[in-house]
Design a protein around this ligand. Structure first.
Ligand code: ADP
Ligand code: MG
Length: 323
């Protein structure tokens, strides 16, 4: 199983930012209202995610590192989860197989926290330890036993840049959760809980976007799109400031990017990309999320319809504003 986990890790975990994604998503799933991410040396030395969610009961700690073990298949929402949120139950097993990891966790029902270590696939027995309710997962020395992978990790600032972008992306659809990110002991993002994704988006870039945005809210029989787009002068040379979420999960989609550019046709210089956050609600049956292991790319059953709705919804607002 060690080798299989390491191979699986290669599919989902390419760089430190992918570890951050998996750990933060677990913290969100655990009902956290506060998530702190501490990073050292671009994530190569340490990635630590601390949450105040429900915690893991000591008896389940060894399962957390086991592949295809998930605690997330017990409710009516399961089908929805599998279709939209992705279901693997192998992220922690994969991460543990290629790092020195530790889980420290406590549920409200336990008097103490418990910890368990995973050293490249060697898993220790749970031991009592001091800790608050919630979970703290530390991942050190990523890819220490897979030198080929380790070689592909870039410099500290590049990797930390990916992590910071990832935290932004993960925080946008979770406005009610406070996020804090530190790098080598310095706070680089401190996002308080707010009421809506748009508010979170505005706290991330307050000065530029606050008064210069158009609210988007459109739907057809089954699709719904909400969000904001920046005015044309806020267009950027890269799509870095475009955030698209499908049923709460960040995706990258060429069709939607294209529709956004089309909506600004004639108003924005060619080659520029509007800043935008769009939240799409799509019936799970209308989209295949299993195209890419990290689920960032999806395939819509009817992408022409998504294209038209984004284009018309945004274009209408653009034309109605006095530009
Ligand atoms: P998945 O999220 O697909 O279930 P993971 O490998 O990411 O698989 O996590 C394995 C299991 O470990 C989860 O199903 C959950 O029970 C537990 N777990 C992981 N992280 C946390 C956390 N931060 N809080 C509570 N439970 C967690
Ligand atoms: Mg997970």
């Amino acid at each position: 199983p060690g080798l299989i986990n390491r191979i699986a890790a290669g599919e989902v975990i390419e760089r430190p930012a992918n570890v951050v994604k998996e750990l933060v998503e677990n913290a969100v799933d655990a009902g956290a209202t506060q998530i702190t991410i501490d990073v050292e040396d671009g994530g190569r030395a340490l990635i630590r995610v601390i949450d105040n969610g429900g915690g893991i009961p000591p008896a389940e700690l060894p399962l957390a590192f086991a592949s295809h073990a998930t605690s997330k298949l017990s409710s009516d929402e399961d089908l929805f989860r599998i279709m939209t949120m992705g279901f693997r139950g192998e992220a922690l097993a994969s991460i543990g197989s290629v790092s020195h990891s530790r889980i420290l966790s406590r549920t409200a029902a336990d008097d103490s926290a418990w910890e368990i270590h995973n050293r490249g696939g060697e898993i220790t027995f749970p031991q009592a330890a001091a800790g608050n309710v919630g979970t703290c997962i530390e991942v050190r020395n990523l890819f220490f036993n897979t030198p080929a992978r380790r070689k592909f990790i870039k410099g500290t600032s590049t990797e930390f840049g990916h992590i910071a972008d990832m935290v932004t992306r993960l925080s946008l659809p979770q406005p009610h959760i406070a996020f804090k990110l530190t790098h080598n002991g310095r706070v680089t993002a401190d996002l308080p809980a707010v009421a809506s994704p748009v508010e979170r988006w505005l706290t991330a870039w307050p000065s530029e976007f606050r008064d210069q945005k158009l609210d988007i809210n459109c739907r057809d029989a089954e699709l719904r799109i909400r969000g904001v787009v920046g005015l044309p002068e806020l267009g950027r040379p890269t799509p870095k400031y475009q955030f698209v979420y499908l049923n709460g999960r960040h995706i990258r989609d060429k069709t939607i990017m294209h529709a956004l550019r089309e909506a600004f046709r004639g108003l924005m210089e060619p080659g520029r990309h509007p800043a935008a956050i769009l939240m799409l609600d799509v019936p799970p049956g209308d989209v295949d999320v299993n195209v890419h292991p990290t689920k960032i790319e999806v395939r819509f059953r009817d992408s022409g319809r998504i294209y038209s709705l984004v284009l018309s919804g945004v274009r209408e607002k653009v034309l109605a504003s006095d530009l």
